[in-house]
Design a protein around this ligand. Structure first.
Ligand code: PEP
Ligand code: MG
Length: 320
């Protein structure tokens, strides 16, 4: 099967009733970027830029970052979207040169955009590098852990200012939807964000109040919990109300049981780990939009993640 998936990898992922899904890759740097095209990825849905900041004794300079983003753009080639997420540290991802005072609850503390808005020079440097690299590819920026509209406005204001300083047009600015409050407020966020990418890893941990890395709780931290599916569906509806696109870049997008549900909930694109790209595309070619919508509707009414998984298994047995 793997070989068959690989043979068709370069063809688009179109459902049996003609709906085209965009399949992108999650990457950590230039080396991954070079792999995407041959695996059939249509671009980068999530560049976790924090990897460029790790295993170093100081933050990468604007020139270093520019060179890396430019190299990614050149590896991906023209016409393919590249979504660069701004530095997402704190919580489980500490940096030696960016000390965050010890917190009782790091996942509820200074994380993601909160760290960058508190130290705007880091964000400004990164945004300048991204804006300059945008001359070499279809680059957008994405802010992590956005919780309030004020954070989005502050981050966008910095982007617009740095673009003006450089005499360059600002790049599109999207947000990660990974905090439940943001999913609930999706319609308000959709008026001001250019796109959404749902981070189901954090969205699930925060909605269920269960640490995503907890050894005992891990099996229950399941993005197929109907509570999470409702948040995803609500986020999609909010995005639609303002005509914005929604992707999913959390690990759930790689779960074969989740793929038909996400499509049925109306997600436009999936961004997955690179080795998963051919299989996700192959699976989508076997699905019908109509059946996915019905399945998603049934899942939203289910009582538990286990019930949802059983619904998906039953649907797989029926010809669509
Ligand atoms: C997520 O939270 O789902 C996500 C994609 O971001 P990360 O796993 O890097 O926190
Ligand atoms: Mg996250």
């Amino acid at each position: 099967r793997r070989k068959a998936n690989q043979e068709h990898a370069l063809e688009p992922a179109v459902t049996t009733d003609g709906m085209r899904m965009e399949i992108l890759g999650n990457i950590g740097g230039v080396r991954d970027a070079a792999q995407i095209a041959k695996l059939g990825g249509e671009g980068v849905g999530l560049l976790r830029s924090e990897f460029l900041f790790m295993e170093r004794s100081d933050a990468p300079s604007e020139e270093e970052q520019f060179a890396m983003y430019k190299a990614v753009a050149e590896a991906i080639g023209p016409g393919h979207p590249i979504i660069i997420r701004t530095l997402d540290v704190g919580g489980d991802k500490p940096l030696p040169y960016l000390p965050i005072p010890k917190e009782d609850n790091p996942f509820l503390g200074e994380r993601g955009i909160r760290v960058c808005l508190d130290r705007p020079e880091i964000l400004r440097t990164q945004l300048r590098a991204i804006l300059r690299a945008a001359a070499f590819g279809d680059i957008s920026v994405m802010f992590p852990m956005i919780t309030t509209l004020e954070e989005l406005r502050d981050a966008k204001a910095i982007l617009v200012e740095e673009a003006a300083n450089l005499n360059l047009p600002p790049v599109p600015a999207g947000i990660m939807v990974e905090v439940p409050a943001t999913a609930v407020m999706a319609a308000q966020f959709a008026r001001e964000a250019d796109f959404f990418s749902i981070g189901t890893n954090d969205l699930t941990q925060y909605a269920l109040a269960m640490d995503r890395g907890h050894p005992k709780l891990a099996p229950k931290v399941d993005g197929l919990n109907p509570a999470i599916l409702k948040l995803i569906g609500h986020t999609v509806n909010g995005a639609r109300s303002a005509g914005k696109r929604v992707g999913v870049c959390g690990g759930i997008a790689t779960d074969a049981s989740a793929v038909p549900l996400l499509i049925g909930l109306g997600v436009d694109e999936l961004s997955v780990s690179l080795p998963a790209i051919p299989a996700v595309k192959a699976q989508i070619r076997t699905l019908s939009m109509d059946a996915c919508r019905k399945l998603a509707e049934a899942a939203l009414a289910a009582e538990s993640a286990d019930d949802v998984r059983a619904l998906v298994r039953n649907a797989e047995r029926e010809p669509s």
